[in-house]
Design a protein around this ligand. Structure first.
Ligand SMILES: [Ca+2]
Ligand SMILES: [Ca+2]
Length: 156
């Protein structure tokens, strides 16, 4: 028997735009229109959606599919998976913004070495290492984008 893979998802963080996008992507990726997405197509869909899927999340999904003896997702399952992902993404984004804001003491949009050292209670040297690691554009300080990228790189 093929069980339905249902993921509890809260739509609190999702906009109507998100929900529409999920539908569009499903249609686009499901090239032959049979209403099913294979694992491979699922990965592609996530990429198109622009959400970072952590490997763990994807592995869990694949495992659940295997346990149910399925090698595809129907729209309902895809929709639930995507909502879950988008929500996790939104929650993470909110979290990162808060962390960044707490580091950027003077609120100018940049976390400097001194600000980071003070906020995290670490030495200036350690903070400098962090800045060097994150600082993509080489201006010697960390903007939100650089910070989020650093965080996500470490997470992977
Ligand atoms: Ca600042
Ligand atoms: Ca920078």
């Amino acid at each position: 028997m093929m069980g339905n893979i249902l993921i509890m998802a809260d739509t609190e963080f999702l906009t109507a735009e998100d929900l529409k996008k999920i539908k569009t992507i499903f249609r686009d990726i499901d090239g032959n229109g049979d209403g099913r997405l294979s694992k491979h197509e699922l990965k592609r869909a996530c990429k198109t959606m622009g959400v970072r899927v952590n490997t763990e999340h994807m592995t869990t999904m694949m495992k659940t599919m295997d346990e149910c003896g399925k090698d595809y997702l129907n729209f309902q399952e895809f929709d639930a998976f995507m909502r879950d992902l988008l929500e996790a993404h939104a929650v993470e984004e909110q979290y990162l913004k808060n962390v960044f804001a707490s580091m950027d003491e003077n609120g100018d949009g940049y976390a400097t070495c001194d600000e980071i050292a003070k906020a995290l209670g670490i030495s200036r040297d350690t903070a400098l290492e962090m800045v060097n690691d994150a600082d993509k554009n080489g201006d010697g300080r960390v903007n939100y984008k650089e910070f989020a990228e650093l965080y996500r790189r470490k997470d992977e």
